[in-house]
Design a protein around this ligand. Sequence first.
Ligand SMILES: Nc1ncnc2c1ncn2[C@@H]1O[C@H](COP(=O)(O)OP(=O)(O)OP(=O)(O)O)[C@@H](O)[C@H]1O
Length: 263
Amino acid sequence: MAPMISIQSVTKVYQSSRGEVTSLDDVSLDVDRGEFVTLVGPSGCGKSTMLNLVAGLLEPTSGRILVDGAPVAGPGPDRGVIFQQYALFPWLTARKNVEFGLRLQGLNKRERRERAQHYLELVGLGRFGSALPKELSGGMKQRCAIARAYAVNPSLLLMDEPFGALDALTRVQMQDDLLATWQQERRTVLFITHDVDEAVYLAGRVVVMSPHPGRISDIVDVPLPYPRTEDMRLSPQFAQIRGRVWRGVHHPSATSTLRGDGA
Ligand SMILES: Nc1ncnc2c1ncn2[C@@H]1O[C@H](COP(=O)(O)OP(=O)(O)OP(=O)(O)O)[C@@H](O)[C@H]1O
């Protein structure tokens, strides 16, 4: 079966006031259907650029990107995008926020309401449908954004630092909640984070990137089963994987030398 995402020799050069910036340099990556892949790397290594290219919000300078076998030509309902800022409509209740994208799908009022309620319950907001965003905590707002993205039934979820604005405890809780949602209704997830722990805890595969120009410096399998648990997070195996990713993020040249491929 074709991979869900196929990034093929993609280069992205931005024209800026400082001249040309090569944000991604000949990057290739395949992501299988139902996989949870995290992208981690220092600021400026091209993570957001890669996600925005897959989302169809940017076009590559060269190379191509296929989603479900078809070239990406702009954004589409098959790809749900979740950013760090909650991007909820402040004047709409949580339920209406989730229902919003469903109007475009031609569902009638009752169907929209049922679907919204299902996804609010899935993310633990079943009793908060009538709350306005300002009445929700940061974590709840982000859960609402996840429910909204799931509700339109995309085959692919693209998440750009979705938990970056949350405190550490809420963040850990949100990781478990996201994984529980993902296990119930499995979608392909591409998830950007700066946090090495988060990258390893969530993913089946961690893609490590290095900057100037943005490249993939390492791909690390995480052979821990789902559901992930606190015991796993504290296990020696986790520490070992985390160590490799950490070195890749903080000492990129050492990783590529170790691998002997100069990637
Ligand atoms: N619109 C733009 N115009 C010019 N340069 C850009 C533009 N967007 C990004 N860049 C540059 O491209 C490189 C990659 O940026 P990108 O935002 O993709 O990295 P990132 O890894 O997501 O960073 P961060 O973790 O800080 O969000 C950086 O050097 C950045 O300055």
